[in-house]
Design a binder for this molecule. Structure first.
Ligand code: NDP
Length: 242
């Protein structure tokens, strides 16, 4: 029997891409999943396809009250929270001189504050039960910085820093895993509005891998015995250089 049989895992940004693939992989591994994102039509369709071990709540991760309500709803429907995957994110890459200040704010709000809101909502019940898993989706962009990536990379470096802080502070109680994907074929590049960057990034995303590769890594980390903590994985397409 899988170690994930009957476990309850919350996934943010589960309406597409890596989050959706993770929900599918976790259901296959025997877990229950609570999917969160803003697009209700997408969430409803995914939950319908996944069956009765899946549920969803429309949640904007930038709104702390909504994220706390997501934890409450998960406890109400499934009785506990074993794992929380902070996956919601966006990547409107641009050059700093383009001054796309609203996109900078959005990235800080979703990619950093959204992760903090998730940790804040997940910890109380996990600490009460004495264990829990937090999986934070960072990026190769949390390891290297490239032109047009100044703000996005900063948010992903922040995700890794926050994750390390959490791991140090709660070692022995909460397992923390950082997943750093390279190019993955999802809707992420749709958020780029800078024409020059769209052109620049095309070759990078032509080699993108299936989100299932990332979902399988998350299942691997979550299925380890409790004395084993998978702290970080970097997963690139084989041909990706950056
Ligand atoms: P997608 O664009 O396919 O998925 C992003 C998800 O985040 C969607 O479900 C979206 O749902 C959700 N989301 C965005 N803003 C919010 C918000 N305010 N509140 C709640 N949910 C939100 O891209 P990916 O699957 O690729 O992205 C998932 C994560 O993986 C991101 O953190 C991204 O940075 C990271 N990543 C992706 C890589 C790639 O190459 N694809 C590489 C490295 C890291 P909705 O719009 O319905 O709210």
């Amino acid at each position: 029997m899988s170690n994930l049989q009957g476990k309850v895992i919350v996934i943010t940004g589960a309406s597409s891409g890596i989050g959706q693939a993770t929900a599918q992989a976790l259901i296959q591994a025997g877990a229950n999943v609570m999917l969160a994102a803003r697009r209700v039509d997408r969430l409803d369709a995914i939950v319908k396809a996944l069956g009765d071990k899946a549920a969803s709540l429309v949640t904007d991760v930038t709104d702390r009250k909504q994220v706390l309500a997501l934890a409450d709803e998960t406890l109400k429907q499934f009785g506990r929270i074993d794992g929380w995957v902070n996956n919601a994110g966006l990547m409107p890459l641009s050059f700093l001189a383009e001054g796309k200040v609203e996109e900078w704010d959005q990235m800080v709000d979703v990619n950093i504050k959204g992760v903090l809101n998730g940790i804040h909502a997940a910890l109380p019940s996990m600490l009460e039960q004495g264990f829990g898993d937090v999986v934070n989706i960072a990026s190769v962009a949390g390891h290297v910085v490239f032109p047009s990536g100044g703000v996005y990379c900063a948010t992903k470096f922040a995700v890794r820093a926050i994750s390390e802080g959490l791991r140090h502070e709660l070692a022995g109680k909460i397992r923390v895993t950082i997943i750093s994907p390279g190019a993955v074929a999802t809707e992420l590049t749709n958020t780029i509005t800078s024409d020059t960057v769209i052109e620049h990034m095309k070759p990078v995303f032509d080699i993108a891998i299936d989100p299932k590769a990332i979902a399988d890594a998350i299942v691997y980390a979550l299925s380890q015995p409790r004395d084993v903590s998978v702290n970080e994985m970097v997963i690139r397409p084989t041909v990706q250089e950056l």
